[in-house]
Design a protein around this ligand. Structure first.
Ligand SMILES: *Cc1c(COP(=O)(O)O)cnc(C)c1O
Length: 390
């Protein structure tokens, strides 16, 4: 038995930024104090800055689904007509929440691995001018595919509907011009590119989306956008905040600001590009080759091999947790994450480990084949040495 370091390499939760983890230990603090308000205010201001928006940003103690739920319960009424783009498990979640609240949802479904085209959204909107909202994932984490939310934003902003973007793994992995593209509500989560544990979610909300709160009649209590905006302006949250996570977020946002949001995006995109190159070079197939996301790369297991074997052996051989497919994709694909606190050293290890596991399970790969592809992209990108921490 040799040393095996625990490595969390999934597309949420993601590896933690150590100074953020250390900041959590200062959570013996009361939330209705000026010291805490300072941290809370800096989180809201820094989120707004890294998201690059002039819209209001609200923060909630919940996993990402909480903000998805809050958006529907605060902005819509029973029977409202909406369009849901469904390209995977998270698109299905939008459809389920819409159904739970009694919305009349036209679900545009595409097979896993593909994406809903902006033209499909445009058509659906043209057919029914009563549509009040369009829901989509910027990055569909379950399949590793990315939607063209820029084109969708342009199409939706010409209508009376709002565009609600689950960017929980889109933020920090792809450019998202919230104000410029007409992304009315954009949702993020702490355990993805923000490098801290699960438990916080946040959203930006446009003036057009705020208007809907005037007529929306669905019941809600804990998630109250208007109340949360008022609380936030006073440097507080409506209810007891997740104090330790707020302290962690303040620290990780400091790091992201110093790095630059565009560099965080570029980092994920480079790692994703290198992963795709490595997979193809090893003779593997990508699951979403047409519109690959930079949050995570979904790779098909070789014919006759259950992807669960690969996931299991990463854990047993190297102590590393990588993601299997979800739902019907389980056993078919595995996913290599790039969002947040990932670097080239992580990727060298993952691809080398993958070469070993594939060979051991009857899929021959000459050692170094995939790693060389990553090395070439590292070199081509001329990655300059950076200080390790902030
Ligand atoms: C992680 C994730 C969510 C949120 O899931 P939670 O378990 O509620 O945090 C939503 N959408 C996408 C695309 C995700 O990757």
């Amino acid at each position: 038995m040799h040393i095996k370091k625990q490595r969390l390499l999934t597309p949420g939760p993601t590896p933690l930024y150590p100074p953020a983890l250390h900041a959590m230990m200062a959570s013996d603090i009361h939330h209705r104090t000026e010291d805490f308000r300072k941290a809370y205010r800096s989180c809201l201001a820094d989120l707004k800055e890294v998201m690059g928006t002039s819209h209001d940003v609200l923060l909630f103690a919940a996993s990402g689904t909480g903000a998805m739920d809050a958006t529907i319960s605060n902005l819509f009424s029973k029977g409202d007509k909406v369009v849901v783009c469904s390209a995977g498990k998270f698109g299905e979640r939008w459809a389920e929440i819409a159904k739970a609240y009694g919305l009349d949802a036209n679900v545009l479904t595409v097979p896993y691995g593909q994406v809903v085209q902006p033209g499909q959204v445009e058509e659906a909107l043209a057919r029914d001018p009563a549509i009040k909202g369009v829901f989509v994932q910027a990055s569909e984490t379950s399949t590793g595919a990315a939607h063209d939310v820029e084109a969708m934003g342009r199409a939706v902003s010409k209508t009376g509907a709002i565009l609600v973007v689950d960017a929980i793994t889109g933020l920090g992995t792809m450019p998202l011009d919230i104000d410029g593209w007409g992304l009315d509500v954009l949702i993020g989560g702490s355990q993805k590119a923000f490098m801290i544990p699960p438990g916080l979610t946040f959203l930006s909300i446009s003036p057009k989306a705020w208007k809907l709160t005037e007529t929306a009649t669905l019941p809600h209590y804990y998630f109250n956008l208007k109340k949360e905006k008022k609380s936030g302006e006073a440097g507080e949250s409506s209810w007891t905040p997740a104090t330790s996570l707020i302290l962690a977020l303040a620290e990780s946002l400091r790091y992201i600001k110093q790095l630059g949001m565009s560099k965080l995006v570029e980092n994920a995109q480079l790692l994703a590009q290198a992963t795709r190159a490595a997979a193809l070079r090893m003779g593997l197939e990508l699951f979403a080759p047409g519109s690959p996301a930079a949050s995570a790369t979904a790779v098909k297991a070789p014919a006759g091999m259950d992807s669960g074997i690969i996931v299991k052996e990463f854990k047993s051989r190297f102590g590393a947790v990588i993601a299997n497919g979800q739902g019907s994709m389980k056993g078919q694909i595995f996913r290599i994450a790039h969002l947040g606190y990932f670097d080239f050293a992580d990727l060298f290890a993952v691809i080398a480990g993958l070469e070993i596991i594939l060979n051991a399970n009857g899929f021959p790969v000459k050692y170094g084949t995939g790693v060389a592809a990553v090395e070439e992209i590292y070199e081509r990108a001329a990655v300059k040495p950076q200080p390790v921490h902030a």
